[in-house]
Design a protein around this ligand. Structure first.
Ligand SMILES: Cc1cc2nc3c(=O)[nH]c(=O)nc-3n(C[C@H](O)[C@H](O)[C@H](O)COP(=O)(O)O)c2cc1C
Length: 181
């Protein structure tokens, strides 16, 4: 069993720390994971050209090919994002839109999905982001396992998010092991 974590934020922020600690939590139960940072990759926007409607192949040639390949090999997809204007970061949304290929060609392997979210305010609006992530997981025929949201990061230190994310990683690993029977 393997997990693919896509972090829609910078490498030295709250969300990336959530991803790293979550990954360590998964490892406690021997679930290996790999973290991708789309911000550091060459990933262009979906133009809606429709070329993926025949054959499921995107007409854009860029680093998204790494994520197309990765997604097929994993049992768990974790979408991670800071809340930006009550929604997901543009980095993670760009990746989701480029998975429009799945809408047309499906995905060969069943899998699970979960999310890691951070917001600066005391009560950020997570609903829009969760709704988008769930819509994607339904399209990709992934079973939604849930999410961890950490609020109030404006008043927190980065290491404050480590503990809860580590514990959530352990929880999700157990759900994954149970789900895969
Ligand atoms: C463009 C932008 C928009 C933001 N919008 C919100 C928001 O709507 N609600 C909120 O609670 N925090 C908002 N924030 C704060 C981030 O969600 C918060 O600082 C987050 O934990 C940063 O994660 P990072 O360190 O991974 O970038 C915003 C930050 C940025 C840069």
């Amino acid at each position: 069993m393997k997990a693919l974590i896509i972090c829609g934020s910078r490498k030295d922020g709250f969300t990336s720390e959530m991803c790293r600690s979550f990954s360590e939590g998964l490892a406690v139960h021997d679930v290996p994971s790999e973290i991708f940072f789309p911000i550091e990759m060459n990933i262009r926007h979906c133009t809606g050209c429709g070329s993926c409607s025949s054959g499921g192949i995107c007409s854009i040639s860029d680093d998204m090919v790494l994520l197309y390949k990765a997604l097929e090999g994993y049992d768990l997809l974790v979408l991670a994002s800071p809340i930006h204007f009550s929604g997901p970061s543009s980095a993670i949304k760009t990746v989701i839109d480029r998975f429009q290929t799945i809408w047309f060609c499906g995905r060969k392997r069943s899998a699970f999905a979960a999310a890691l979210l951070s917001g600066g305010g005391a009560s950020p609006n997570y609903n829009n982001t969760i709704s988008i992530f769930k819509a994607f997981s339904i399209t990709a025929k992934m079973e939604w396992l849930g999410h961890l949201a950490i609020s109030g990061t404006d008043e927190k230190e980065i290491q404050d998010v480590s503990g809860p994310s580590f514990e959530y990683g352990k929880d999700v690993a157990l759900k994954l092991i149970k789900g895969r029977g």
